[in-house]
Design a protein around this ligand. Sequence first.
Ligand SMILES: [Ca+2]
Ligand SMILES: [Ca+2]
Length: 308
Amino acid sequence: MELLLSYVGELWIFEQWSFRWLASIADYFGVGFSAIVNVVAVVPLTEFNQPIPSPSGGGGIGIGRGAAILPDIPTRVMLKGKAYPDSQLTVLKDGQKLLTAQSDSQANFEITISSLVSGVYTFGVWGEDKQKRRSLTFSFTTNVPYGITTAISGIILPPTIDLSKNSLQRGEVLNLLGYSAPQSEVAVHINSPIEIIKKTQAAVDGTWFYNFNTNVLSDGLHSAKVKSTVADGSDSIFSQSMSFSVGQAELPACLNKADINKDKRVNLIDLSILLYNWGLPKNTAADLNCDNRINLKDFSILLYWWTG
Ligand SMILES: [Ca+2]
Ligand SMILES: [Ca+2]
């Protein structure tokens, strides 16, 4: 137990059990130490170090006779998970870029978003590996209650993926590579009449690769995507799909792109172009999957590449 006593306008601090009581002395000069003590706030110890605003909002601690000062209990969201070693992460709030953060050498990240008011938010996280390859955006919607830290843990960003070539002759080896969490299992899915799944393991520095012999594929367009499984058995969602052609098939120029106005960002401007072209496209650049229509498929590709 601790008891601190000072003059009018300052504080009594009385610690007992798991709470501290902030109290003021009323009318010190008039009634002396026997004065009524006005309890102005009850603050859990864990929140005690947060600044308590005065009623005027000017900061510091304000004590008044009979006044009740509510503590400024933070409303926060904590995002916790795995990306790639020493990678840069971008956090979006309702589609807008909110902040950037860094994962550690083991690919772990823990990001606290403060200064929130209670409400429902859609958060997104995307990562960029050391070779500047970006992941698709992992998004989720959550209710954030007042005065509580809402922890979202177990976020596993999908691996980044790159292909050595986009056009191959049948029998050529396609090198697939990227970054994942260190020593995670990476499942490579190649689309074909029967999906082909191959597994490999990321190295301790997070790099992964797989050499795929294309002689099992027919001539035509194909695609590859990956997902990872980390040590505790948690899976990521799939990475974006990367297209490639085998044989004489020509790879359409429009695939794997969502930056319609070519400003190196995928955001509301691209979305508005896409919506303007909804249905039969007036601007074919908005047809992100080359099927001559602008519909929900194009919309979902745009969301995959969203940068805010
Ligand atoms: Ca753009
Ligand atoms: Ca389309």
